[in-house]
Design a binder for this molecule. Structure first.
Ligand code: GLC
Length: 576
């Protein structure tokens, strides 16, 4: 897929992991051969900074999460993925780690972590940790040593280019103000590489000593009993360290140049041997490479690398001006077919790098918001692949509606704003773009109740609340049987009670329908039909089956389904 260098894309990050999915195989066979807990898991992503603050400093923390474990359990999810909680100066909200074996002060202590893990396990919920090892913080001891002298034993933990060799070939940085990934450092008269911000120097995976350190860190957490790792930006770790020139304009398609460089699979196989194979942990890569082949090579069980990967084609589709539902169907169906026989996929429409799914993929206007949220959750929880549900989406939380740059906290967004100021860019256009796409939209404090700061914190929240918290919050929705929250719980129950929704063959129905996304899931004699109207208009659809005898298992309209004529954002799951 051709990537253009629009700010919108850069700031929403899916560009990290684009997939050129030219190849296509049509298979819908049963993948249940190897039943695994991580295939049957329903993952709930907790963004710790915004979830629940226990000490009034305006920043969510581990004790806050602990206080909400019963809530998490009540959702019916079976695993939690925590964004990074390690020590960090927070240039990029924890994705810049300064100590991989300690807890960020804002979040608490190692005792809090141990209590959190225990609390989750007591509730039969697994814990997946973020592993950020494409880069560290520039405040990590390794980097401090590395930059101190050319002869430091840590020099080769990072990528340095001595200045007397001249300026290295251009490398594009996603987060840098000038998008230059080489930063000159006068201490040793050399440049260091940072694909992300200047405070996130890239680690040198060619160095066996660095790799050993990383496996040691992973074992440290695995020995504590955690259940999995989400490998952040991992497909960028391998690099051609001769840093050859790339063709002019490569940055418009930089994933092609940065991702899956030979060497990556060796690192993963080594990691698997050293760590994964020794523990009952799952592994998921952020990104699935550039092609189906890449994706398969990452997750093909016989290769002993990873369990699953995220493909970003799907989340990339939503645009402020709308998007093609046919295209959405085509992308998700293509990815399903790619993993029908071998490998496993992650299903998601949102995470901490995306704006809110209701605002992007359906409608957040009051008339349709709840229907939309229920419809999208029905989708995520009825597809083949492991569903990843982002905190707040079980309530139908929406985009923040920020209008001024002062309301944002996201570093790459603020850097891009400065860049536009310096270069005379179109600021109003930018503000409009980020209102739709900026990551902060999905990071506003979690909405617990209608009290001050939505019950998130007694202090001033680090990021402004969404003003709609009085209408959209847990307390209100607990009381309403028909709420998005209670619908979400019914959906997780349905999935857990029906392995056909996990493993069942997926088959599109009424393929060319421009408004309705419908598919069957079939496994061991059970067949379900999922029908989703992705639009705000009534839509006709052809079920290709006699629905008169079908049983409605769940529906987001009172009184059940409307069969062949769907109402706006209607969602129904039938058993055929
Ligand atoms: C990943 C994370 C994102 C972070 C980036 C750099 O894409 O999901 O939040 O900014 O890596 O670590």
């Amino acid at each position: 897929m051709k990537k253009n260098r629009s700010l919108l894309l850069l700031l929403t990050l899916p560009v990290l992991i684009s997939c050129n999915t030219g190849e296509q195989k049509k298979t819908n066979t049963d993948t249940a051969a190897g039943r695994e807990w991580w295939k049957e898991a329903i993952v709930y992503q907790v963004y710790p900074r915004s979830f629940k603050d226990s000490d009034g400093d305006g920043i969510g923390d581990l004790k806050g999460i602990i206080s909400k474990l019963d809530y998490i359990k009540s959702l019916g999810v079976t695993a939690v993925w925590l964004n990074p909680i390690y020590s960090s100066p927070n240039d990029d909200n924890g994705y810049d780690v300064s100590d991989y074996r300690d807890i960020m002060k804002d979040f608490g202590t190692m005792q809090d972590f141990d209590a959190l893990l225990k609390g989750l396990h007591e509730r039969n919920i697994k814990l997946v940790m973020d592993l950020v090892v494409n880069h560290s913080s520039d405040e990590h001891e390794w980097f401090k040593q590395s930059r101190s002298s050319r002869t430091s034993p840590y020099r080769n933990y990072y990528h340095w280019w001595d200045a007397e060799r001249g300026k290295p070939n251009y490398r594009y940085s996603l987060f840098d103000i000038n998008h230059d990934a080489w930063k000159y450092d006068s201490t040793t008269n050399a440049y260091y590489l940072h694909y992300f911000s200047r405070k996130q120097p890239d680690l040198n995976w060619e160095n066996p000593a660095l790799r050993k350190e990383v496996y040691g860190i992973m074992k440290f957490w695995a020995d504590k009993g955690i259940d999995g790792f989400r490998l952040d930006a991992f497909q960028f770790t391998a690099k051609d360290t001769s840093f050859p020139a790339f063709p002019k304009g490569f940055e418009n398609d930089f994933v092609k140049y940065y991702a899956m460089v030979p060497g990556l699979h060796n690192y993963l196989q080594e990691m698997n041997k050293e760590v994964f194979s020794k523990y009952n942990v799952m592994s998921v890569a952020e990104g699935a490479g550039n092609s189906f082949r890449d994706a398969h090579e990452l997750v093909d069980a016989s290769r002993k690398e990873l369990n699953m990967a995220y493909a970003f084609d799907g989340v990339d589709i939503a645009k402020p001006e709308g998007y093609s539902i046919r295209r959405l169907k085509e992308v998700f169906s293509r990815w399903d077919s790619a993993f029908a026989q071998n490998g496993w996929l992650s299903i998601f429409l949102a995470n901490h790098d995306q704006a809110r799914m209701v605002s992007r993929f359906a409608s957040d206007v009051p008339q349709f918001r709840e229907l939309s949220a229920k419809m999208l959750n029905t989708f995520i929880l009825s597809m083949r692949g492991t569903p990843y549900c982002y905190n707040g989406d079980e309530l139908g939380m929406t985009n923040a509606g920020f209008t001024r740059i002062e309301q944002y906290r996201d570093m790459p967004t603020l850097n891009e704003y400065k860049h536009l100021q310096q270069t005379g860019g179109d600021i109003p256009k930018f503000l409009k773009q980020i209102q739709f796409s900026c990551r902060d939209n999905g990071r506003t404090p979690f909405q617990w109740d209608s009290s001050k700061n939505a019950g998130f914190s007694t202090g001033l929240p680090w990021l402004q609340l969404n003003p709609n918290y009085r209408d959209i919050n847990v307390a209100v929705q607990e009381k309403d049987e028909k709420s998005v929250l209670n619908y979400f719980r019914r959906m997780t129950k349905l999935r857990k009670e029906n392995p056909a929704l996990v493993y069942g063959a997926y088959q599109l129905v009424d393929k060319n329908n421009p408004s309705v996304y419908a598919y069957t899931r079939e496994w061991q004699g059970k067949k379900f039909l999922v029908v989703l109207n992705f639009t705000s208009k009534a839509a006709a659809f052809d079920p290709a089956a006699d629905l008169s005898k079908a049983k409605t298992l769940i529906s987001n309209y009172p009184g059940g389904s409307a069969a062949k004529q769907l109402r706006p954002y209607e969602a129904v799951v039938y058993q055929l």
